[in-house]
Design a protein around this ligand. Structure first.
Ligand SMILES: Cc1ncc(COP(=O)(O)O)c(C=O)c1O
Length: 401
C-alpha cells in the first residue's frame, strides 16, 4: 500500500512527471532539497577548519550525517568514509587495499552481473598486481548462487567483489552465505550496495561485510555523495589514495603524517552540502521503513510485469526479478528508438547497456530498455507506461520494424 505522504513530498512528481528511471537516480523529497538550500542560504562555508559559528554548525551537521549513516547500517562511526559515490568508494578499496594486498597469482572473484564500477577497478588492479580475475558462473537465468560461488572459491582467493543487487536483472545476491564462505578461507568481501540500499535494510554487522559501497543519489539523497563502509581494522591498515588539505596531521620539509580513519580518506573540500542533506535522507528511511517502501515497489512491479507479459512483441529478460526493475526489448525495435517514443510521451526511462556490458553480453543482446519503480510511482504511472508500450509496438510495426 502506498503511503499518502510519499508522492506529495516530491516536487517533480507533483508536476506530473512519469519517472521510471530510479535505478539510475532517484528523485529527491522536499526535505532533502530544503537541507541543501539551508546549507547554501545560511552556512555555505567549509568544515573542520573555521572556529566561527557557521563553520562549527556546518562541521556538526557533516559529522551528524556520519553518525546517522553508521546507525542506519549498524557500523561504528569511524567506519564511515564519505566519497563521491559508489564508483569512488570501490576505486578507493581497489587502489588502496587491493594494490597493497594482492600478489601475483592471487584470485579476485567477480561476476558478469557487475556494474562497471564493481568490475573495472579490480580489472585494472589485477593487471598491476598480476592477480587473476575469476567469474562466478551465473545460472541460466543470470543469478549468482552459493553453489556456483563455491566452484570458483579457492585457497588463492583474496578478494570477493560482488554486487548485492544487479542494476539490470534486479537479482539479489546471497551475500551473507557468500561472505561467510569468503571468510572461511581468509578472503575479504567488497560489496557493491548501490542498488541494495534503496531497497533493502542492510546491517553490516549481521552480514559481516568487510567493505560496502553505496551512493546517496539512488536513495533519495543528493548527487556527489557516496559512502564507503569498511571494517575499522581494514581501513586503519589502508593508505589514502588522495593527498591534500584536511587529511594530514603534520607536514614538514621531509615528512608528512596523516589523520586517523576515516578522515585520512577525505582529502580537500568535500561535497559538504550534499553530505549534510544526506542526513535528511536517512531520516526519511527511518520514518518510512525500507521494507514498507520495497513491498509497495514490488506491488507496482508485479502490476506492470503481469500486463507486459500479456503483450505480444516484448522480450523480458528478468521476469523473476527480486526488485522493482524490468529489463526488456520491443521485438525488432532498437531500444534507443523505443525509448525516444516513450520520451515523447514524457515517460522517463532508460535504454542502453546500463554501465554493465558484461550483463548485456551474457544476455546475448546489444542493449535493452529498463524501467524501475520507486516509492513516488503509482498505478497510474504503470498504466501510462503499459498503454504507451502498446502504442509504441503498433507505431513501430506500422513503420515496418
Ligand atoms: C549496481 C551499481 N553499482 C555501482 C553504480 C555506480 O554508482 P555511482 O555512479 O553513483 O558511482 C551503479 C549506478 O548505476 C549501480 O547501479
Amino acid at each position: 500500500m502506498s503511503n499518502p505522504n510519499w508522492r506529495q513530498e516530491f516536487p517533480q512528481i507533483k508536476n506530473g512527471l512519469v519517472y521510471l528511471d530510479s535505478a539510475a537516480m532517484s528523485l529527491k523529497p522536499q526535505r532533502v532539497i530544503d537541507a541543501i538550500d539551508h546549507y547554501y542560504q545560511d552556512l555555505s562555508v567549509n568544515i573542520h577548519r573555521g572556529l566561527y559559528p557557521i563553520s562549527v554548525e556546518a562541521t556538526d551537521l557533516y559529522e551528524q550525517t556520519r553518525e546517522d549513516v553508521a546507525t542506519y547500517i549498524n557500523s561504528e562511526v569511524e567506519e564511515i568514509v564519505f566519497t563521491r559515490g559508489t564508483t569512488s568508494s570501490l576505486n578507493l578499496v581497489a587502489s588502496s587495499y587491493g594494490l597493497a594486498n594482492l600478489n601475483e597469482g592471487d584470485e579476485i572473484i567477480v561476476s558478469e552481473l557487475e556494474h562497471h564500477s564493481s568490475y573495472l577497478p579490480w580489472f585494472e588492479i589485477a593487471k598491476k598486481t598480476k592477480s587473476v580475475i575469476k567469474f562466478v558462473p551465473l545460472t541460466k537465468e543470470g543469478r549468482i548462487t552459493v553453489d556456483h560461488f563455491k566452484t570458483v572459491l579457492t585457497e588463492k582467493t583474496k578478494i570477493v567483489a560482488l554486487t548485492y543487487v544487479s542494476n539490470v536483472m534486479g537479482f539479489i545476491t546471497p551475500v551473507k552465505e557468500i561472505v561467510k564462505l569468503a571468510h572461511s578461507i581468509g578472503a575479504i568481501a567488497v560489496i557493491d550496495g548501490a542498488q541494495a540500499l534503496p531497497h533493502l535494510k542492510v546491517d553490516v554487522k549481521e552480514l559481516d561485510l568487510d567493505f560496502l559501497a553505496f551512493s546517496a543519489h539512488k536513495m533519495l539523497g543528493p548527487t556527489g555523495v557516496g559512502i564507503l563502509y569498511g571494517k575499522k581494522v581494514l581501513l586503519d591498515r589502508m593508505d589514502p589514495i588522495e593527498f591534500g588539505g584536511d587529511m594530514n596531521d603534520d607536514v614538514t620539509l621531509t615528512d608528512a603524517t596523516y589523520k586517523d580513519t576515516p578522515y585520512k580518506f577525505e582529502a580537500g573540500t568535500m561535497p559538504v552540502a550534499g553530505i549534510i542533506a544526506f542526513s535528511d535522507t536517512i531520516e526519511y528511511f527511518n520514518r518510512y521503513s525500507v521494507k514498507e517502501i520495497e513491498s509497495y515497489c514490488m506491488e507496482l512491479h508485479i502490476y506492470a510485469l503481469n500486463q507486459l507479459k500479456e503483450i505480444e512483441g516484448i522480450e523480458i529478460y528478468n521476469p523473476n526479478s527480486d526488485t522493482a526493475i524490468i529489463s526488456y526489448n520491443l521485438k525488432n525495435v532498437p531500444p534507443h528508438d523505443a525509448v525516444t517514443y516513450y520520451a515523447d510521451q514524457n515517460i522517463c526511462m532508460r535504454a542502453g547497456q546500463h554501465c554493465a556490458k558484461l550483463v548485456t553480453r551474457f544476455l546475448g543482446i546489444q542493449s535493452c530498455l529498463r524501467v524501475s519503480f520507486y516509492l513516488y510511482n503509482n498505478k497510474e504511472d504503470v498504466d501510462r507506461f503499459v498503454s504507451t508500450t502498446k502504442e509504441a509496438i503498433s507505431f513501430f510495426k506500422n513503420m515496418g520494424f
